[in-house]
Design a protein around this ligand. Structure first.
Ligand code: IPM
Ligand code: MG
Length: 358
């Protein structure tokens, strides 16, 4: 029997609550399947660790998780620590050196969940946003001088490489090709950002020639926000820069009903390093410890992890269980307008896994 070694990093805020829910559900799934099992290693890295040790994870942190089959991550962000420290000290400190350059963010309206868009159906809003995850606006290039004086100056330079752009666009074309509609939208802002974004457009045109069976179009990011709201049915797969896709994916999650259900995969497609799976929602300190965090984002991210591990049947089984549970409003947490607790939703999903008769 195959045992998958998973590094669980709950991080901060509601991360602990949703990751332990995810671990419970994955264990139930493995028990139901019988063909594989999980060995979880838990790492207490994050804000509390920082307060004790002055860093978000130990110096050899990456070495400790390099050999795992996948990473299940909760969130990074702490009210007493500046955001750029928590982000760069943990999440980006894993994503970037592990070259998890493809950030994949599916969005669908799950059964029982109501979109704020009037009359939109689940068939019309079924998207995957591919976010460039290794460079661009998150390259960390820039500096700050003369701090505190009136001469103070600061720059954040977005940096794009031909290799980085080509590989994410190729990844997105491949993903679009694997989906029934074979439709890709390449998002930039190449009217105003006249160097790197123009290069994006050029590379997109070049890569597109390898994919004659995929229909593709280009869209400026501002116009894309309108299209997502006004003509959601014209969109399938989307590829955009690190920052643009960060923003578009929050809009997508809101249009699909809640940030609490949105999943993400940080993939190293070449599998030189482990890939990392996490809910999009963040640490949510306003509800931490109340037991009402929506675990669905973590469950859906776990589905993506199972697919990556080569267990698509188990992944589909988990997704089906999640959808059976979201269909019942008694199991909606407060972000979805309900009263359910994390524990109730988790128990319902486990019950749905156990009682599935396939
Ligand atoms: C996301 C988040 C992060 C990001 C934050 C927490 C820094 O918004 O994963 O979308 O911008 O990358
Ligand atoms: Mg975001």
């Amino acid at each position: 029997m195959k045992t998958y070694r998973i590094a669980a990093i709950p991080g901060d805020g509601i991360g602990g609550e949703v990751i332990s829910a995810g671990v419970e559900v994955l264990e139930a799934l493995a028990a139901r399947d019988g063909g594989f099992s999980f060995a979880f290693d838990h790492f207490d890295w994050g804000g509390e660790y920082y307060k004790q040790h002055g860093r978000m994870m130990p110096e050899d942190g990456r070495d400790r998780i390099r050999g795992h089959d996948a990473i299940l991550f909760g969130s990074a962000g702490h009210p007493e620590i500046p955001d750029h420290i928590t982000l760069w000290g943990l999440r980006l400190a894993i994503c970037q050196p592990f070259d998890q350059y493809a950030n994949v963010r599916p969005t669908r309206i799950l059964p029982g969940i109501v979109s704020p868009l009037r009359n939109v159906t689940d068939k019309e809003l079924d998207w995957v946003i591919v976010r460039e995850n290794s460079e661009g606006e998150y390259a960390g290039v820039g500096g700050r001088v003369h701090q505190g004086s009136e001469l103070e100056a600061a720059t954040d330079v977005s940096m794009f490489t031909r290799k980085g752009v080509a590989r994410i666009i190729r990844f997105a074309f491949e993903l679009a090709r694997s989906r029934p509609r074979k439709l890709l939208t390449v998002v930039t802002k190449s009217n105003a950002q006249r160097h790197a974004m123009v290069m994006w457009d050029e590379i997109a045109r070049e890569v597109a020639e390898e994919f004659p069976d995929v229909t593709w179009d280009k869209m400026l990011v501002d116009a894309m926000t309108m299209r997502m709201v006004n003509r959601p049915e014209t969109i399938d797969t989307v590829v955009a820069t690190n920052l643009h896709a960060d923003i578009l994916s929050d809009l997508a999650a809101a249009l699909a009903g809640s940030l609490g259900i949105a999943p993400t995969a940080n993939l190293n497609p070449e599998r030189d390093y482990p890939s990392m799976f996490e809910p999009i929602h963040g640490s949510a300190f306003d509800i931490t410890g109340q037991g009402i965090a929506n675990p669905v984002g973590t469950f859906w991210s776990s589905v993506m992890m199972l697919e990556h591990l080569g267990e698509p049947v188990a992944g589909a089984r988990l997704m089906q269980a999640v959808e059976r549970v979201t269909a019942d409003p008694r199991f909606h947490t407060p972000d979805l307008g309900g009263k359910a607790t994390t524990a109730e939703v988790t128990a319902a999903v486990i019950e749905a896994i156990r009682s599935a008769n396939d």
